[in-house]
Structures are given as structure tokens and as C-alpha cells.
Design a protein. Structure first.
Length: 87
């Protein structure tokens, strides 16, 4: 089955104009709430930050002893499940 250029152009224009129309119908409030996009913000002096636990906290840190549960050898990176004293 060969599609003619007129049919292809018709489908293309219908898709483009359909998307443009749906975007144009968004409420102004939704467009205004997007704000200014931020790529990076200055976190302040790095020496003043406590980075020991990363995004977590001392309460989220694992507690010894650890028990090996299973290993997942699928994929490129080694993965394993471990149980700590809090679980």
C-alpha cells in the first residue's frame, strides 16, 4: 500500500494544528504558573553544608549487622539486596 504525498501532508498538518490548538486552549493561569525556568541555583558556601549523609539524614543511615539476601546478575551493573538491623 503506497501512501500519496497529499495524504501524508494532510495527516501531518492535522496533527500539527491539533497540537497547536490544544496548547492554545490552556488556561492563562496554568501558563503563568510555570514561572521562570531555573537551570542552576547557588547553594551558598559549600563549607557550611553537612554533606555526610547526602540527601538523607542520620536516621536513614543503615545500621550493622548486615545480612546478604540475594544478588541480581541481570544487566550490566551488579545489584544485590541487603537487610540491616532496622528492617
Amino acid at each position: 500500500m503506497r501512501l500519496g504525498p497529499k495524504l501524508i501532508l494532510s495527516v501531518l498538518f492535522t496533527t500539527i494544528f491539533g497540537l497547536a490548538e490544544s496548547y492554545a486552549q490552556e488556561p492563562e493561569k496554568a501558563k503563568a504558573s510555570l514561572g521562570r525556568p531555573v537551570l542552576w541555583r547557588d547553594p551558598g558556601p559549600i563549607t557550611a553544608r553537612d554533606l555526610r549523609y547526602g540527601p538523607g539524614s542520620p536516621t536513614m543511615a543503615p545500621v550493622a549487622p548486615f545480612t546478604f539476601l540475594e544478588e541480581d546478575k541481570a544487566g550490566e551493573s551488579p545489584k544485590f539486596d541487603v537487610k540491616d538491623a532496622t528492617k
